[in-house]
Write a protein of this length. Structure first.
Length: 341
C-alpha cells in the first residue's frame, strides 16, 4: 500500500508518495486547479490511499474532491505534522512538509477517514452563520445604546428591541448639529438591527427544516431545542467515529480532569475538546438544572447532597448529558443508515 500525503495551500498542492517502510517513491507539485493531474499521477500505484494535512481546514476542498472521486482519504491534524517537523533540521519547504505529513500518517494509529459532507455539515454552517449574526446584532445594539445614552438622559433599557428604539427616536427632538447626526446614525442602526432580526428568523426556519429532515430525536431531550440540536448535530458530525461515549466526552471536553491533593479527591473543568460543543452542552445542562421536577434537576440535588459544589454538580450533569446526547446521535445515525440501505 502506497501512502500519498499532501501539503495543501491556497494556490498549490505538494504531494509525496511513500511505501510501508517510509521510503519515498515520488513527489509532485501542482496548482490548486490541477487536481486531475494529481489524481492521474497517483494512479501509477494501484493500491494507494491519501493523507491530507488539515482535511477540515485548508485541505478541505481537495479532500472532499478526492472522496467524491472514490479515493480513500484520511485527515492528518496539523498539530501531528508539526511534531514530526520538530525532528527535522532542514529548512521548512513544501516538499518537506508533504514528507512530514506522510511520516505522521504512517505512524499514527487513529486518523479519521474523510467522508463526504452530509446534512450535518448544513447544520454546522447554519449554526456558524447564526453565531455570526448574533454577534453582529449584539455589536449593533451596543452602538445603538451608546448613541441613545448620549441623546436621552439615562439611556434605554438593557434588552432593547428595534421597535422600542424606534419609538424612542420618534419622540426625540434635537437642536444641535451633533445630536442631529447622532439621531440619524441611531435610526440607521435600528434598520441594521431589524435586518439582523430578519436574517436570524430566516436562519432559524432553515435550521428547523434541516433538523426535521435529519429525523433527530435530540429535541425530545429536556433543555435541547432546535437551535441547540442543530449545534450538537453540526459540531458532532459523524458520531459513529467515536467508539464509546467516553471518547465523545473527551472530544467535547466534558470529561473532567482529576485535580486531587492529599486525601481530597476532586475533579476540575476540562478546557480541552470542541469548546462550542462544550458550551452547547453547558447551556442544556443549566436549563435542565433550573427545570424543577425534571430528571436533570433531581440529578443536581443528588450530587449536591453528596457534598459537591454547584459547579461540580453542574459538571457532572453536563457529563451525564453528553452520554445521553451521544446515545441519541448514534441512534439517529444508525436509523438514517438503515433507511438508505
Amino acid at each position: 500500500m502506497v501512502l500519498i500525503a499532501v501539503d495543501p495551500h491556497k494556490s498549490s498542492h505538494t504531494a509525496a508518495a511513500i511505501d510501508d517502510r517510509g521510503r519515498q517513491l515520488g513527489q509532485l507539485r501542482v496548482g490548486a486547479l490541477e487536481r486531475v493531474q494529481l489524481l492521474r499521477w497517483a494512479q501509477q500505484w494501484p493500491e494507494h490511499r491519501w493523507a491530507v494535512e488539515g482535511a477540515h481546514g485548508l485541505g478541505h476542498g481537495l479532500a472532499q474532491w478526492l472522496v467524491a472521486q472514490g479515493e480513500p482519504v484520511v485527515d492528518v491534524p496539523a498539530t501531528l505534522v508539526r511534531r514530526v517537523r520538530l525532528l527535522s533540521t532542514a529548512d521548512k519547504t513544501d516538499p518537506l512538509d508533504a514528507r512530514a505529513t506522510a511520516e505522521a500518517a504512517l505512524r499514527a494509529d487513529t486518523l479519521h477517514a474523510v467522508v463526504a459532507e452530509d446534512d450535518s455539515t448544513v447544520l454546522r454552517l447554519l449554526s456558524d452563520r447564526r453565531d455570526d449574526l448574533t454577534q453582529e446584532r449584539t455589536r449593533t445594539v451596543n452602538r445603538l445604546h451608546r448613541l441613545l445614552r448620549e441623546l436621552l438622559p439615562g439611556g434605554a433599557q438593557t434588552k432593547l428591541t428595534a421597535d422600542q428604539a424606534a419609538r424612542l427616536l420618534r419622540r426625540m427632538r434635537v437642536e444641535s448639529a451633533a445630536d442631529q447626526e447622532r439621531l440619524r446614525q441611531a435610526r440607521e442602526l435600528v434598520v441594521d438591527v431589524r435586518a439582523c432580526d430578519r436574517k436570524l428568523a430566516a436562519n432559524e426556519r432553515r435550521m428547523q427544516a434541516a433538523v426535521r429532515a435529519q429525523g433527530s430525536g435530540l429535541t425530545a431531550i429536556p433543555g435541547v431545542g432546535v437551535i441547540l440540536a442543530a449545534k450538537l448535530i453540526g459540531r458532532s458530525g459523524r458520531v459513529g467515529r467515536f467508539p464509546t461515549s467516553a471518547h465523545y466526552a473527551a472530544y467535547n471536553g466534558t470529561a473532567p480532569l482529576e485535580a486531587s491533593s492529599g486525601e481530597v479527591r476532586r475533579h476540575r473543568l476540562s478546557r480541552r475538546g470542541d469548546r462550542q460543543l462544550n458550551r452547547t452542552l453547558y447551556i442544556a445542562a443549566v436549563t435542565q438544572a433550573r427545570m424543577r421536577g425534571s430528571a436533570g434537576h433531581a440529578y443536581m440535588l443528588r450530587k449536591r447532597a453528596e457534598g459537591k459544589s454547584y459547579r461540580e454538580a453542574l459538571r457532572c450533569l453536563k457529563r451525564q448529558l453528553s452520554r445521553v446526547v451521544y446515545r441519541q446521535l448514534l441512534t439517529d445515525e444508525r436509523s438514517r443508515l438503515s433507511r438508505t440501505c
